[in-house]
Design a protein around this ligand. Structure first.
Ligand code: 13P
Length: 241
């Protein structure tokens, strides 16, 4: 399967800079071996999708509600993301688990609504520094997978150790390999519909470390934060794949 390189812009991007970044990525892409996805803030999805139309680069959301429509002030449904050109949605990112208190059960409902709307969910899991210090990383990730993935899950899983996000710290190659093998085994055991799902790595992926990480077994691509905000860096990661 082709690797997937996904850019998570998080809460970054006003109209002009988003358009410039999307154009820069489009024009620099060339013949990429990887599948490429950009997840801008919700306010920019339609504009970025228009800029990327016909380029082969997909556009996604960064979260969605569990429902389709209704009295949920400030929320956005999977159907609405789909309506403005998104094909994917990131769910269960650790920043939302922490900032919005999203539980595994809530994330599983959001994943189901994304699947129902025809979006590909990218479900994030990963341990904190404290959990890794205690040697609990596999237990934590197993619990997140069990709780956040509906029984009929199909989509993408992203392993993002919380302590590696935006810190410049990256797990060793051996630690990434071990966790990705563990996630693969868990999917095969408990979510057979997702036995072959791509498992992305995320957390301080940069042009300088992308080739090494992306070559590891069971690493099916990257979920890139900070480096996806600089066209040259994001393109270098895409080329590394
Ligand atoms: P950074 O690449 O900035 O560490 O962010 C990773 C991430 O959270 C992507 O979802």
């Amino acid at each position: 399967m082709r690797p997937l390189i996904a850019g998570n812009w998080k809460m970054n991007g006003l109209t002009e800079e988003s358009a410039a970044l999307a154009r820069g990525i489009r024009h620099g892409l060339g013949d990429a071996a990887a599948e490429v996805l950009i997840c801008p803030p919700a306010t920019q999805i339609a504009a970025v999708a228009a800029i990327l139309a016909g380029s082969g680069i997909a556009v996604g959301g960064q979260h969605c509600h569990t429902g389709k429509f209704g009295p949920h002030t400030g929320e956005i449904s999977a159907l609405m993301l789909r309506d403005v050109g998104a094909t994917h949605v990131i769910l269960g990112h650790s920043e939302r688990r922490a900032d919005q208190g999203e539980s595994n059960a809530l994330i599983a409902c959001k994943v189901s609504s994304a699947l129902e709307a025809g979006l590909v969910p990218i479900v994030c899991v990963g341990e904190t520094a404290e959990e890794r210090d205690l040697g609990q990383q596999q237990q934590v990730v197993a619990h997140q997978l069990e709780g956040s993935l509906p029984q009929d899950f199909v989509g993408v899983v992203a392993y993002e150790p919380v302590w590696a996000i935006g810190t410049g710290k990256v797990p060793t190659a051996a630690d990434i390999t071990a966790m990705h093998a563990f996630i693969r085994a868990e999917l095969k055991r408990a979510r057979p519909t997702a036995a072959d799902a791509r498992i992305l790595y995320g957390g301080s992926m940069k042009p300088g470390n992308a080739a090494e990480i992306l070559a590891l077994p069971e690493v099916g691509g990257g979920l890139v934060g900070g480096a996806s905000l600089v066209a040259e860096d994001f393109l270098a990661i895409i080329r590394a794949a």
